[in-house]
Ligand binder design. Structure first.
Ligand code: FAD
Length: 486
């Protein structure tokens, strides 16, 4: 049995940021994650946008967190050594109703104090983004919108929490929680933990964790979001994040030029299958993307699609009420006992607000624990794995001189070296996707067609496991099948 001041359940974006934030205080903190790596839930696949805040209702907690999150994002990204592009966004419409919606969002944004927000003409918008379909009626320019890779951000927060003293356990699924001796008793299959406070950051499963202390209070019904990813050859075709406002008031297409040079298209809004682990794309969602794509960006070549993928939105439903009507941002503070914080149903803009949500959670936990002193050793900085392809030639040579593994390129599409992959594994990547999320190997045009074999060999060697045990993700997704690896 181990004792902690706080146990954080779930190693997604919100769990990792909260663990990091709690490490600013003299507290013992544990992070329990049911999978073999962090960032395998919602946070592994989102739209990668740091929102400016013009689209959130004035006066709400969500709006305050979003605007503050956006303003502080450059500093956060710099501390965590994560690339962040403040590329700006353009919301465009082609009709009268869209125009009314944009004017409403402009007024909203002004009320929320979003900096630099401007309504511009269709002609000006077409000059800024020439790939967009002709005839734009009006556009809303938000220069403070940005983009960040969600898994780089999550993993960076995790690594920083570890460096500042957090204890993290993978393959540690929480099965039961009981109140005991004024604290909590948390059980996984392997171990029990005693703690004084709990943070429920279990993402799509946060309702099951909450049900342990408040039966039948809330349910999460996943809603599917499908995406297309276009090759780096599209770099520069779209320079800002583009939001399309359709005439029917429904969901429009979003285009995101990622830091890596890909273009992200999506997300759709489709019913989920009910299975919280079903991250498969849906035919209807991809049809929706195929329908809007030629109407919004007709000249973008279809052959540049290198991948489709899906995420799941944690839609809330309450017994006797309508799904999706209550925001997780407003729900949690009213819901929880004083020694407990829950993140339930935190959808967009959860990433923009992650650091702010984590800060509020840590403040609540600290209030309950009698305001512990600050941890004077806390260091908010974390260094990323050196990215060979992004370095100037002299620095590459120096890196290779110090460690020749950086001179052996494994992923040809992204120029990722063996040294980077080994560093990713030694920092916690347990699977092929864990390597991808840390250093980008297999994320290029060939999607692992050429480099997968070598990555599997490196994982097996570094972890001392047979080749046949190396998986894409969780058990059951082993890359190789059949006999022994002899
Ligand atoms: C489609 C989509 C697009 C989005 N786009 C944006 C965007 O562009 N910008 C933005 O600001 N926000 C965006 N968001 C919001 C943001 O991505 C989420 O708010 C955030 O990722 C939620 O992270 P999380 O930590 O709550 O959940 P998760 O990432 O799912 O993490 C939960 C973790 O808990 C673990 N877990 C579950 N049960 C247990 C258990 N019993 N014991 C131990 N561990 C457990 C899981 O394995 C998982 O690792 C988007 C969200 C979605 C769904």
């Amino acid at each position: 049995m181990r004792d902690f001041d706080c146990v954080v359940i779930g190693g997604g974006m919100l769990g990792c940021f909260t663990a990091r934030e709690l490490c600013r205080y003299q507290l013992s903190v544990a992070l329990l994650e049911r999978c073999s790596d962090v960032c395998t839930g919602i946070s592994k696949a989102n739209t990668a946008i740091v929102y400016s805040g013009y689209d959130t209702r004035p006066g709400t907690r969500k709006m305050q967190l979003c605007c503050r999150g956006n303003a502080g994002f450059a500093q956060l990204a710099q501390e965590l050594d994560v690339p962040f592009d403040r590329c700006g966004s353009l919301m465009v419409c082609w009709g009268e109703r869209g125009e009314a919606a944009l004017r409403h969002k402009y007024r909203n944004g002004k009320e929320n104090g979003v900096p630099g927000l401007r309504l511009i003409s269709g002609e000006e918008a077409a000059e800024l983004e020439p790939q967009l379909a002709p005839g734009i009626r009006l556009a809303l320019l938000a220069p403070t919108t940005g983009t960040v890779n969600p898994y780089h951000l999550t993993i960076a927060a995790y690594e920083n929490a570890l460096a500042n003293g957090c204890t993290a356990l993978m393959n540690a699924e929480v099965h039961s929680i009981r109140k005991q001796d004024g604290g909590w008793l948390i059980s996984t299959a392997e171990e029990q933990f005693r703690c004084r406070t709990v943070v429920n950051a279990a993402g799509l499963f946060a309702d099951a964790i909450q049900a342990q202390i408040m039966p039948f209070s809330v349910r999460i019904c996943p809603q599917r979001a499908d995406y297309y990813l276009l090759d780096e050859q599209c770099r520069g075709l779209i320079r800002r994040i583009v939001f399309h406002q359709p005439e029917d008031g429904g969901k429009g297409l979003t285009l995101v030029p990622t830091h890596e040079g890909n273009l992200l298209l999506g997300p759709s809004e489709e019913p989920g299958s009910g299975d919280k682990e079903d991250f498969a794309t849906s035919r209807s969602g991809l049809d929706w993307l195929d329908y809007w794509w030629p109407q919004v960006v007709p000249a973008l070549p279809r052959r540049q699609v290198i991948r489709s993928f899906a995420s799941l939105r944690p839609l809330l439903s309450f017994p006797g009420s309508v799904s999706g009507q209550v925001s997780g941002f407003e729900l949690s503070p009213q819901f929880d006992p004083p020694d407990w914080v829950s993140f339930i149903g935190i959808k967009t803009p959860g990433m923009t607000c992650a650091a702010g949500l984590a800060q509020q959670a840590a403040e609540k936990i600290c209030r309950f624990l009698g305001d512990p002193p600050r941890n004077s050793c806390f260091d908010p900085h974390r260094a990323a794995i050196p990215r060979l392809a992004a370095l100037p030639m002299e620095q590459r040579q120096e890196l290779i001189r110090r460690d020749p593994a950086f001179g052996r390129i494994v992923c040809q599409c992204r120029g990722v070296s063996e040294g980077e992959i080994i560093a990713a594994i030694r920092r916690g990547a347990a699977t092929v996707n864990g390597v991808k999320r840390r250093v980008g190997a297999t994320a290029g045009r060939c999607q692992g067609g050429f480099c997968l074999r070598r990555i599997v060999e490196l994982i097996a060697r570094e972890k001392g496991i047979p080749l046949t045990e190396v998986a894409w993700d969780e058990p059951g997704s082993e890359v190789l099948q059949g006999g022994s690896d002899a």
